[in-house]
Design a protein. Structure first.
Length: 258
């Protein structure tokens, strides 16, 4: 599966866009995560980059990580690989923006949540549906309370419901909502030229580190804790494995509360 991440560069290399390129769902399978990691690693030697954008090809940002890779035997490797992306973004400290159309779910939303800025169009639907599979999302469990407060984070994490583009703006997750994808990209380009490009790339990175001092410390310290909770305790339960299995088998889960 070649080309799972498309690289584009704008404004003399000051803006980099990485597009998840496996429509329609742009599912974050292992290959895509490897490709994303490679693109992020390459940015370590790009001091001129002032904004890193993430978006999805086609109608959707991302349906999230592969459910097949959430099984008990695959979860440790998947989480290590996925969480490595978050640690690399923390290290880079490049300002980041997610441009979201359509479904932005699970690991896809976690990637968007990691960004400093999120922009949505009217088709956007954002959610953390992991609880419906009997599991939980480690990065979102840390990031959502920091970004939107505990009550709203609990709403998304414990119900698994999706919210609209308007709700994303109301919740404070999104900077702005636009009527369609084309307008969103055009307006974000204007926003970038006004608010990001006139500034020093070096100073922007120090500003990101400063603004995210507590955010970064929380992820560095606690993401590993939740990773172990997921692997060692959650995936040892009957219902977590039933939830993943029932999804893969396309049937209703039979919860036994253990």
């Amino acid at each position: 599966m070649a080309g799972t991440v498309l690289y584009e560069s704008f404004e003399d290399g000051q803006v980099v866009r990485l597009t998840l390129n496996s429509p329609k769902g742009n599912i974050l399978v292992s290959k895509m995560m490897v490709d994303l990691q490679g693109e992020l690693d390459a940015l370590k030697d790009r001091p001129e980059v002032k904004l890193l954008q993430f978006t999805g090809a086609g109608d959707n940002f991302s349906f999230g990580a592969s459910v097949e890779e959430h099984t008990r035997e695959n979860a440790p490797a998947m989480l290590k690989q996925f969480h490595g992306l978050f640690h690399t973004l923390n290290f880079l400290a490049i300002p980041t923006a997610a441009l979201v159309s359509g479904q932005c779910l699970g690991g896809g939303l976690e990637l968007a949540l990691m960004c400093n800025f999120m922009f949505v169009d009217a088709t956007a639907k954002l959610g953390q549906p992991e609880i419906t599979l009997g599991v939980f999302p480690p990065p979102a469990s840390l990031i959502l309370p920091l970004k939107i407060g505990q009550a709203r984070a609990d709403d998304l994490l414990l119900t698994g419901r999706s919210i609209t583009a308007d709700e994303a703006v109301t919740f404070g997750l999104a900077v702005a909502k636009y009527d369609n994808r084309e307008t969103m990209f055009a307006e974000v380009e204007k926003w970038t030229k006004k608010w990001i490009l006139p500034k020093s790339a070096s100073s922007l990175r120090f500003a990101v580190r400063a603004a995210r001092l507590k955010f970064n410390a929380t992820l560095k310290e606690d993401l590993a804790v939740l990773e172990r909770l997921y692997i060692d305790q959650l995936m040892a339960t009957r219902d977590a494995n039933e939830g993943i299995g029932s999804f893969l088998e396309r049937r209703k889960p039979d919860w036994q509360n253990r």
